[in-house]
Write a protein that binds this ligand. Structure first.
Ligand SMILES: *[C@@H]1O[C@H](CO)[C@@H](O)[C@H](O)[C@H]1NC(C)=O
Ligand SMILES: *[C@@H]1O[C@H](CO)[C@@H](O)[C@H](O)[C@H]1NC(C)=O
Ligand SMILES: *[C@@H]1O[C@H](CO)[C@@H](O)[C@H](O)[C@H]1NC(C)=O
Ligand SMILES: *[C@@H]1O[C@H](CO)[C@@H](O)[C@H](O)[C@H]1NC(C)=O
Ligand SMILES: *[C@@H]1O[C@H](CO)[C@@H](O)[C@H](O)[C@H]1NC(C)=O
Ligand SMILES: *[C@@H]1O[C@H](CO)[C@@H](O)[C@H](O)[C@H]1NC(C)=O
Length: 571
């Protein structure tokens, strides 16, 4: 009783404080408006565009393949110690999961769910897809993935069933619970096993990133078998995807696929500024306001989040800082300039997978000028062909996934789930070039680009991008998320390696075979600064770390207490 009274008083005090908070925010906003008036105008980039048209970046690198990739191959077979599913599956232990987020985030959840079932010696029920996320899609598992293939491919690893069986004429009731993020094997044994033994059928909810990054080798290999072999899109999706790939290949021998994220909502919350002046600031601020009012409920969490938003606005007032920290996505034009600097000429064909682009055609125009052979699924397929997919966000995402996966060179301007999953997948399937911008370094370069010749600019881009183009051993084993760096599933071809080590140095100049486990190509290579994700594995939900704490890589740090917003920012 007393505590409830105290809470009410507290609530009242906070309510009285609210006008003050809004008055202060109003004053601050006016201050920012004034400051932005005084800010210098955006740099003119025509200069460099003109220069870039005169020549492409010179590079000795093969543009369409990774050096040394032939010494590595994907390896995910189980060891002889790994027992077959029949031997370890206990009767009356059923694990179900509900995934969360967009298609690619759900994919990581499905992958981890199979491993979780294996840890618990349980039978897995085919995962339930998230139909209510920001990306709203009513499709169920079997409409996106080939469910029979999924079950049969994994039959030696985990027993998987489509539905809970009947128990004496009744269906089991699922006991729902949630495990902490990055839960380890021990964590599953201590938290889920007792419940499973008692209730027999457990559903883990919001199952995304709920399994530790580091696991034993056999469990990691199981992860790869699920992600790279068992999860196959359904026939109609595969057929349409292959049709798109085929059309790109008809146009030219090679193509680049660019996964471009530049949506207004994402930019609004990444706190970045792209030189659009007062108009840009106003638009992005309006989006932030809209998100907040959309979810207004006068309660403590809202009050605290609005205070947090205020702090964030303060930080946004210094967008240069955000960009310096490498947290802002490259603009379409910047991506184009980077590619030209890396040696891809204006004749190269580029497929662009993107959602809504902030500023629309005007934002895309400079990229199209740099790469006139510009395609998207809407330009290479008819409306009728896309009709069975277009009202399902996951099916559309699956089509882009296929075209990006099959591309000769894959480029992203973001570090979301699709970028990570494809980066890992392309390592596994032969280290196909995958270019992820070294934004921290490139940002400063783009700022000073009007001050240098195209050759200087291009040469610096090439230097900064070493270690960020998908070569083998770019990232140390264990660094980054397992989905983006599946090092346990990448083996070295010892025969080819022995030949290379004894023979003349014909596999590329500067190659130094004695330096193992490190980036091989060059002494000056930057190691991508991806966090060691299990370090300090205190199983803390990233959301608990507070709003907008930019500790992660790219905008992983930009999380909020709004699950929809979190999904938007992450996938
Ligand atoms: C993995 O197993 C498959 C099927 O049993 C076999 O064909 C393949 O050669 C194995 N791969 C490796 C690298 O051992
Ligand atoms: C699963 O089965 C294996 C092999 O029988 C056993 O070593 C392990 O302790 C079991 N784990 C659980 C959680 O039941
Ligand atoms: C998935 O959806 C399809 C089409 O709506 C339906 O026929 C099928 O029964 C559903 N499957 C499950 C497991 O709910
Ligand atoms: C408080 O607000 C949050 C986010 O706006 C919402 O998820 C939660 O349900 C609200 N709590 C109550 C008691 O209304
Ligand atoms: C232009 O480049 C010179 C030499 O590299 C440097 O000293 C100068 O500060 C640069 N100016 C701007 C505006 O970046
Ligand atoms: C951000 O998170 C880190 C680690 O979780 C913590 O040490 C740091 O104090 C946080 N920073 C802010 C501004 O909350």
């Amino acid at each position: 009783m007393a505590s409830q009274r105290r809470r009410q008083q507290y609530h009242h005090r906070l309510q009285r404080l609210l006008p003050f908070i809004s008055a202060i925010s109003g004053a601050l906003l006016i201050l920012f408006a004034l400051l932005s008036f005084l800010a210098p105008p955006p740099v003119d980039s025509d200069h460099i565009r003109h220069l870039s048209s005169s020549g492409r970046g010179k590079s000795n690198r093969d543009l369409w393949s990774s050096r040394n990739s032939k010494f590595y191959y994907g390896c995910s077979n189980a060891s002889s110690k790994f027992q077959r599913a029949e031997a370890i599956t206990h009767p009356n232990r059923y694990l179900a999961i509900a995934t969360s987020g967009g298609l690619n985030q759900q994919r990581t959840g499905i992958t981890d769910a199979v491993v979780a079932a294996r840890i618990l010696n349980a039978t897995l029920v085919v995962p339930k897809l998230d139909q209510k996320s920001f990306w709203k899609d009513s499709s169920n598992f079997s409409e996106i993935f080939d469910v029979d293939w999924f079950i049969s491919f994994l039959s030696n690893d985990v027993k998987i069933i489509k539905q809970l069986p009947m128990k004496g004429g009744k269906t089991w009731t699922l006991h729902t619970m949630r495990v902490p993020r990055k839960c380890s094997e021990r964590c599953y044994q201590s938290r889920v096993l007792p419940v499973l033994l008692k209730r027999h059928a457990v559903q883990l909810t919001k199952f995304d990133y709920r399994l530790a990054n580091k696991l034993g080798t056999d469990m990691q290999k199981l992860r790869c078998r699920v992600n790279y072999h068992a999860l196959r899109f359904t026939g109609p999706i595969l057929d349409m995807g292959e049709k798109l790939v085929h059309r790109m290949r008809m146009e030219s021998k090679h193509y680049i696929a660019l996964h471009l994220r530049f949506e207004p909502d994402m930019l609004a919350f990444s706190g970045c500024y792209y030189g659009g002046g007062e108009k840009e600031r106003k638009e992005l601020a309006a989006i932030r306001r809209r998100w907040k009012t959309l979810h207004v409920r006068l309660n403590y969490s809202l009050i605290f989040s609005s205070i947090n938003l205020l702090f964030h606005v303060l930080e946004i007032s210094n967008p240069d800082k955000e960009r310096r920290h490498g947290k802002c996505p490259l603009t379409p034009e910047e991506v184009g300039l980077m590619l030209r600097a890396l040696g891809y000429g204006s004749d190269v064909h580029i497929y662009v997978a993107s959602g809504e682009v902030y500023g629309g055609e005007a934002t895309l125009a400079p990229l199209k000028t740099l790469f006139p052979n510009f395609y998207s699924k809407e330009t290479i397929a008819t409306k009728e062909e896309l009709e069975p997919f277009s009202s399902f966000s996951s099916r559309m995402a699956a089509l882009d996934f296929i075209v990006c996966d099959e591309s000769d060179v894959f480029v992203t301007n973001n570090n979301g789930n699709m970028a990570k999953i494809l980066a890992g997948r392309r390592r596994y399937f032969g280290h196909k070039p995958t270019i992820r911008p070294n934004t921290k370094k490139l940002y400063r370069l783009f700022l000073s680009k009007s001050n240098m010749t195209w050759e200087e600019f291009a040469s610096r881009v090439r230097t900064f991008q070493r270690g960020f183009i998908g070569e083998p051993n770019e990232v140390r084993p264990g660094r980054g998320e397992f989905h983006e760096n599946p090092s346990s599933c990448i083996c070295e071809d010892s025969d080819a390696k022995a030949k290379r080590d004894s023979g003349p140095r014909k596999y590329g100049k500067g190659y130094n075979p004695t330096r193992k486990d490190v980036v091989i190509d060059d002494q000056n290579v930057d190691e991508p600064e991806w966090p060691d994700t299990d370090d300090g594995e205190d199983q803390k939900d990233p959301l608990e770390r507070g709003l907008f704490n930019g500790t992660g890589s790219d905008y992983d740090g930009v999380t909020s207490d709004d699950p929809e917003l979190e999904e938007l920012l992450s996938d």
